[in-house]
Design a protein around this ligand. Structure first.
Ligand SMILES: [Zn+2]
Ligand SMILES: [Zn+2]
Length: 250
């Protein structure tokens, strides 16, 4: 499995950067995990949008879904319009949420006309070509799910989405090959928690026994050396900060 970072900014974009988006590829299958603002243009630097098999969204915050809008316009009006519609897997309630957003200026069916839209049941396992996708709810400010993608060889990529501290996430990520965790805040945020610090990302990776940690959703206005130090203070394994176009092979 090959994972490419398309965007890693938090809810305000890095200079020249995109919000959350990760391209997961395996044996000809292409999955886009998260499609925040700026991601569609970054995706186009790596793959033809008409080749994407499926999109999975963890939660309906702008920095995780907003570029479904240009993606839908491309599929509807671009040169390849009318081709096979990629699957779009939304969290429960996502269909109505997207209808409200795009309905503010045009037809509510924009996204449903471009993608085959469905809402996942967090208890189910999706099969997308050779990839299996599982979910677990995590504490955030709206319905949100961590996502785990595994391939037929057994490699596992676990993405924490946006989350506060979570024992369920630690259990879900147990023994994962690559754990990608957000570190949005420098200090623990107010209760009820909805984000992690870099140190907490490290603690979660250590408790999960993850083989490798990638810290993401960290603003470019934070000191990267500090963030790495904090994460490494809690976790002995390899740690990196997510960067656009970084590639991880599992
Ligand atoms: Zn976010
Ligand atoms: Zn969020």
């Amino acid at each position: 499995m090959r994972i490419t970072v398309l965007g890693k900014s938090p809810s305000w974009s890095d200079a020249g950067g995109a919000c959350s988006g990760y391209l997961v590829e395996e044996a000809g299958t292409a999955l886009v995990l998260e499609c925040g603002n700026g991601v569609f243009g970054k995706l186009r630097e790596h793959r033809r949008y008409g080749e994407i098999d499926a999109v999975v969204i963890s939660h309906l915050h702008a920095d995780h879904f907003l570029d479904l809008v240009p993606f839908s316009y491309a599929l509807s009006y671009g040169p390849g319009a009318g081709g096979a519609r990629p699957a779009l897997h939304l969290p429960p309630g996502g269909r109505a949420g997207l209808r409200r957003v795009v309905g503010t200026w045009g037809p509510e069916e924009l996204v449903e006309g471009a993608f085959t839209v469905r809402e996942y049941d967090p208890g189910e396992t999706l099969e997308i070509g050779p990839l299996r996708v599982r979910f677990t709810p995590v504490p955030h400010f709206t319905v949100t799910h961590a996502v785990q993608v595994s391939d037929r060889a057994g490699a596992r990529f676990t993405f924490g989405a946006d989350t506060g501290p979570s024992d369920d996430l630690v259990a879900f990520a147990a023994g994962t090959d690559l754990l990608m965790l957000e570190a949005t805040v420098a200090e623990p945020d107010a209760e009820p928690r909805g984000h992690l610090t870099p140190a907490e990302a490290g603690e979660h990776a250590a408790r999960a026994g993850a083989r490798r940690l990638v810290v993401t959703h960290l603003t470019d206005e934070a000191d990267p050396a500090w963030a790495l130090r904090e994460a490494r203070g809690a976790y002995d394994g390899p740690v990196e900060l997510a960067a656009e176009s970084a590639v991880y092979e599992l």
